[in-house]
Design a protein. Sequence first.
Lengths: 248, 248
Amino acid sequence: MHVTSEQRLDGDVLEREFTLGEIPGILWTPQSASASAPAPLILISPPPLGLRTMYPRLSARARYYAAEYGFAAATIELPGSGERPRWPALEQARADLRRVMEAGEPLTDEIVDALVLPVVDRAVPEWRAALDALLALPEVGGPVGYEGGLISIGIRLAAVEPRIAAAGLFAGSFVPRAIVEEARRVTVPLQVLLQWDDEGNNRQAALDLFDAFGSREKTLHANMGGHAGVPQFETDAGARFFARHLKQ
Amino acid sequence: MHVTSEQRLDGDVLEREFTLGEIPGILWTPQSASASAPAPLILISPPPLGLRTMYPRLSARARYYAAEYGFAAATIELPGSGERPRWPALEQARADLRRVMEAGEPLTDEIVDALVLPVVDRAVPEWRAALDALLALPEVGGPVGYEGGLISIGIRLAAVEPRIAAAGLFAGSFVPRAIVEEARRVTVPLQVLLQWDDEGNNRQAALDLFDAFGSREKTLHANMGGHAGVPQFETDAGARFFARHLKQ
């Protein structure tokens, strides 16, 4: 992990851009974090739109967590997003998605699988490697929360990575059938967001996914509106969920 | 409104038992409430099990609201519950419910209507009269929140009473079809609780009811477990919902 720039932000938050091999990332830590009082870490996964594009939203969220709740927060670029290289099968799947959406045709399982599964296969080991690097910093500690991004990445990461102690997921994108099966193996506490009128998603599929999770503690927060309309107050609800599970 | 007893509780909360005509009730106010700084009021409707039976839960909730958030809270006995007189049709409907439940037969619309509608018809004017009396106290102010109890009472009260500015409802009991129609006329912000495996309720009916509400801001909080298993953390989530809408 190589820090490429750092700046101190309002609210006594330190923002560090870093690279982990070829992968760019950002870490936010509260001033109060130290080797003797490490800040619990929340991984904030971006949607596959690129870190630069998502920076304002990711940064606002991370700074809120750091300044109001004393959490550290970190994100890394997803494979095939931002300035990271594409691969032909992903480009093909994205072209298929656009074609089907423009034609108003139903999305097939094949397109969803081709769009999501290779990204999950690549991303999950990267997030685990990022976790190794981040937890090696003396001012960053466990237990670790995960939130956001492509929900399929969060599902597999929560299922396979024992350092993830709680996850906040947004049921706002298509989930391959194979990943719904993996959801049954997730047992950590979950808070799942659902936009009731999400134009790009199927409400019943999202409710079925919520039902599938194996966690004993899982809470669904369904709000009115479309994909981009998650209410501002859910940021605080997310922080309080993590505070219940990550603070010791 | 006639105060019959009062006591000061831990956390600087004043608890007053009162009667409003023949209806017993309880009011909790924070020490800080005064004529120059009246406390926003939350009406906490009990389930139809009697105020004495429900006192520990109602009181814990009201004291939390008062001590942590500076809200006043009040409750009154439902018609046909506690020591209030029954009426023959209600006794018949309750007997029908027990018979059907014990036989494992499906509950008919007729039984639900007979069980719920006459209680709603009586209760809603009583809650409005209680509101008149409570808001006449100098230390109690608006805007007013409503929560709990028989959800059908909350639906009609929120639909017809303009002083209700926000409602926290528990989709945990049978709702007559006529009341689902009334839900379309509710427009205040809502936070609706749903127990995912509620043994006495139908999940799909609850989701359909949530869908029916006319409110632009409505949030569903679905949690695992049966009817009595609403997680402790929802008390705080409820308080924060009211704090968003009732604090000025």
